[in-house]
Design a protein. Structure first.
Length: 80
């Protein structure tokens, strides 16, 4: 079970989910995990996530379940 504590940071509103072992900090704007802290050891792991998008090659062979045939480099889709 977690306790819920909403905090306001300088650049992002976050939610802190906490139990007896960990504290997880989640962005309210994106829903993405920002950091997780282990209470016993004091270890803090910050996270960063970026989504990219690929197009597909023209022609008969298309990307699918077992094929990854992009038409070029990734394009930034959404910065979080």
């Amino acid at each position: 079970m977690f306790t819920l504590d909403r905090k306001t940071a300088s650049t992002d509103d976050v939610v802190r989910l906490e139990n007896s072992r960990i504290v997880a900090v989640v962005s309210m704007a994106t829903g993405i995990l920002r950091e997780i802290s282990l209470k016993q050891s004091g270890v803090v792991v910050k996270t960063d996530l970026q989504f990219v998008q690929y197009g597909v090659r023209p022609g008969k062979e298309r990307s699918g379940a077992y094929l990854f045939l992009p038409d070029g480099d990734a394009k930034v889709g959404l910065l979080l």
